[in-house]
Design a protein around this ligand. Structure first.
Ligand code: ADP
Length: 682
């Protein structure tokens, strides 16, 4: 994309670019406007819609002229009316934008809600919903194995039209050029919540009229087929040094840049020449047989080099986690003088988890092409731990905190724990420094409520929503049959979808398996991680033949969707939780969260019995301690509600689903846009 190009797109539709079950999804059409850049840099070619044609001064080819001889059906007519309504709205908003003199905002396409599909409209108003939903399900057979890898239905049967897409159709008054620099992006390069957050925030900002690009490593495990319009854009020599016998030596690494789109978001993929390096090679995102510090330090430099060489002048470089923290350090303080070449650019860093602070040897920092000595002072990238007994090591997260114009973490509760508790570890004093405290804030993550939507989700066997909950019972039966659990609608089904690492409260998950079985429930665990030994022991030993316990130690997006849809309760007993997305996804799917009160879990889940009258409404069961008894106090109460007062349980399920749109990215993206605004004025 040439310098200054401001291609502002309509929000990607809910289904756009979704890699899974593409063939089974109904895609909603969306308008893409390539607005001419100020100075005439916009893309040429034929406008792709009437609205675009009008915006470009060419005669719109409005499809009002259906051949007179052709007999039009009522459904076709309705579709056409809706299309014209959307187009009309598009033009109206563009006109308003142009009149307001806001060239950038005026050029942006508003979100175009897709017309209801015939199917959705039909189902929404029909009688006998449960029967119709049931009829299309392809029930799994016990011998089938990985039933979640194929479509769960003959054809999708959404209960609603595809969502309007992230952003809520509201354009922000000022359009920013935001470039994310990240190690993960959902769904193609996702290990945990970081990937979800980057994609969700980017899609929401696109929907609000911003120009958003995501830079990430082109991992060997990232399938080329997952990238729409994949193009090799350029090669360049990226500065990359090494330190030998204490002496810094400069060099370069040939670097390839690819562009394309993932989930409707423009992406820039960085790959080193694999003839000279094995960085980012291997079958997974993390844990390859290369030095990760070296890999992400090189990646940080390569991103900055590319941004400068391509002539971009982004408003914000939004960097994520320690993996991209060196971007802030290099941008403001390196012989390469990036900040001089991009005078209006500001850097924002989001810390998704303080648990990984990205320590590296000063020598390793040479992978950026800059000697680590430059940052080896306590006011830069040495923290209290490294300076005491490991002064040869730099803390990249600290460097990022010091050099970024704004720093966020992913919930107000966790931000408080980092400032006033132990959550930030050795970085606590760095956060408390007045210059940092003034720019540090907790912003609650959201979820992509168009991707996570039980009314339209093509990965689940039967769709449902707050008003029409019949499909949820079918989803439960589907999972019970597929996994080989006893098929019994009355047994409370407790689920865990999690990385299996100590942070997630593994000892409490293990305890919950026992407790749930004692209480007459069922347990499903889906997870991966190095701390899975105890659970594997239970799955292969004590509960091997138990028809009420099933665990899968793998990563599967479709199975995760099917579990959220099927379960009655989702357990999240984390020792600490910066934000947590699984509890918000569960709420969206009418699955009641049972959580430990920490970080973002405490911000989002309020106990039904101990409600303090704070926002949001009571929506789950909460406990404080880290012992088994504390967990029992919440889990047992949830079981009592479920078994003894089913009408209250059903009301709770309906209420959490109705309230779920509040967890969408729209709120969080608004907060980020405010911060972009503040940072750009700094
Ligand atoms: P974290 O980022 O600490 O892993 P979050 O709750 O923020 O935790 O995000 C977890 C995300 O990863 C959710 O989208 C969840 O559905 C997903 N996830 C976790 N484990 C699995 C798994 N084994 N298979 C599929 N999705 C998973």
């Amino acid at each position: 994309m040439p310098a200054g190009h401001m291609a502002l797109q309509a929000a990607p539709s809910a289904a756009a670019g979704r890699a899974l079950y593409r063939g089974f999804q109904r895609r909603s059409a969306h308008v893409v406007l390539a607005a001419p850049a100020p100075g005439g840099g916009g893309g040429g070619g034929a406008p792709r819609s009437a609205a675009a044609a009008a915006a470009s001064g060419q005669a719109p080819t409005v499809a009002s002229a259906a051949p007179a001889a052709k007999r039009i059906t009522a459904a076709e007519l309705m579709e056409e009316v809706e299309r014209l309504r959307v187009e009309n709205e598009t033009l109206r908003q563009q006109l308003a934008g142009l009149k307001g003199g806001e060239a950038e905002a005026g050029a942006a396409a508003p979100t175009t809600p897709a017309a209801p599909t015939e199917e959705a409209a039909d189902v929404a108003g029909s009688e006998g919903l449960a029967e119709r939903l049931e009829a299309g399900i392809q029930w799994p057979k016990p011998e089938e194995g990985s039933f979640w890898e194929r479509p769960p239905r003959v054809a999708p049967l959404p209960l609603a039209p595809p969502a309007a897409g992230p952003g809520g159709g509201v354009l922000d008054p000022r359009s920013f050029h935001i470039m994310h620099i990240t190690a993960e992006m959902a769904p193609v390069a996702k290990v945990g919540g970081l990937g979800d957050v980057v994609t969700g925030l980017a899609r929401s900002c696109l929907g609000r009229g911003h120009n958003v690009e995501i830079m990430l490593p082109f991992y060997e495990c990232l399938p080329e087929s997952a990238v729409e319009d994949l193009k090799h854009e350029r090669d360049f020599e990226c500065p990359k040094g090494k330190t030998w016998d204490g002496v810094f030596q400069s060099g370069t690494l040939r670097t390839q840049v690819f562009t394309g789109k993932i989930e409707g978001c423009p992406v820039i993929l960085i790959r080193p020449d694999w003839n000279d390096s094995n960085l980012f090679r291997g079958g997974r995102i993390y844990g390859g047989s290369y030095n990760e510090a070296e890999a992400y330090l090189y990646f940080s430099r390569a991103c900055l080099e590319y941004v400068r060489q391509s002539g971009r002048q982004p408003d914000v470089l939004h960097v994520h986690e320690w993996q991209a923290a060196a971007v802030a350090m290099l941008f403001w303080d390196a012989p390469a003088q990036f900040s001089q070449d991009m005078p209006r650019t500001r850097v924002m860093m989001t810390i998704h988890n303080f648990d990984s602070s990205g320590e590296c040897k000063q020598d390793e920092f040479a992978a950026t092409g800059v000697s680590g000595e430059l940052y080896a002072t306590v006011d830069k990238a040495l923290d209290e731990r490294t300076i005491g007994h490991n002064p040869e090591r730099l803390c990249l997260l600290k460097g990022g905190i010091v050099y970024s114009n704004a720093v966020t973490t992913v919930s107000p509760g966790y931000a408080n724990e980092t400032l006033n508790g132990g959550a930030a570890g050795w970085l606590k004093s760095s956060l408390a420094a007045p210059a940092v405290a003034a720019k540090y804030k907790g912003v609650l993550n959201g979820i992509d409520t168009s991707f996570w939507d039980p009314a339209t989700d093509p990965l689940i066997p039967a769709c449902f929503d707050a008003q029409r909950q019949e499909g949820k019972a079918l989803c439960k039966r589907f999972l019970q049959e597929g996994l080989g659990l006893t098929v019994d609608p009355s047994k409370p089904l407790v689920a865990v979808v999690s990385r299996l690492v100590p942070q997630k409260g593994i000892h409490l998950i293990e305890h919950a398996v026992h407790r749930t079985i004692q209480q007459g429930g069922q347990v499903v665990v889906l997870g991966t991680g190095h701390a899975d030994g105890g659970l594997r022991g239970l799955a292969g030993g004590q509960y091997r033949d138990n028809p009420d316990v099933q665990m899968r130690f793998l990563y599967s997006e479709p199975l995760a969707h099917q579990i959220y849809a099927a379960a009655d309760m989702l357990l999240v007993p984390s020792m600490f939780e910066p934000c947590g997305l699984t509890q918000m996804i569960a709420l969206r799917y009418g699955t009641v969260p049972v959580v430990r009160s920490t970080g973002g879990l405490a911000d989002t889940v309020k106990d039904v019995d101990n409600y303090q009258g704070t926002d949001p409404k009571p929506n789950g069961f909460v406990f404080d301690g880290i012992d088994a008894g504390s967990l029992d106090s919440a889990l047992d109460r949830a079981f009592r509600y479920y078994k003894e007062t089913p009408e209250r349980w059903a009301a709770l399920r309906g209420s959490i689903m109705s309230d779920a749109p509040r967890w969408s990215w729209d709120t969080a993206a608004g907060s980020y846009v405010d911060l972009y605004q503040q940072a750009s004025q700094a």
